[in-house]
Write a protein that binds this ligand. Structure first.
Ligand SMILES: [Zn+2]
Length: 86
């Protein structure tokens, strides 16, 4: 279990945390580091509240489970196969 901020705790795996951080960085709209504005909406998600992060993790996991049950490749599975092919 990883600590994302001092207010919330990530209850997912380390890999899930890395994927979350990568997604946030990809969608970050923050200004320069010395900018006094509030963090972008992607970064605000990381400090929102515990329930929000828990729901995000639940949604990711249930979506993957439903895809597997329907025989649809998961996003992670597709990325893994693409990485092996190239
Ligand atoms: Zn940001």
């Amino acid at each position: 279990m990883a600590q994302i901020s001092r207010h919330v705790v990530w209850h997912g795996t380390e890999r899930e945390e890395q994927e979350l951080v990568a997604a946030v960085e990809q969608h970050c709209g923050c200004g320069p580091p010395d900018d006094a504005n509030e963090p972008c909406s992607a970064h605000q998600l990381l400090i929102a509240n515990q329930a929000t992060l828990d729901r995000l993790l639940f949604a990711r996991r249930i979506a993957d489970q439903l895809r597997r049950e329907e025989g649809v490749p998961t996003e992670r599975g597709r990325r893994g196969r693409a990485a092996r092919v190239s």
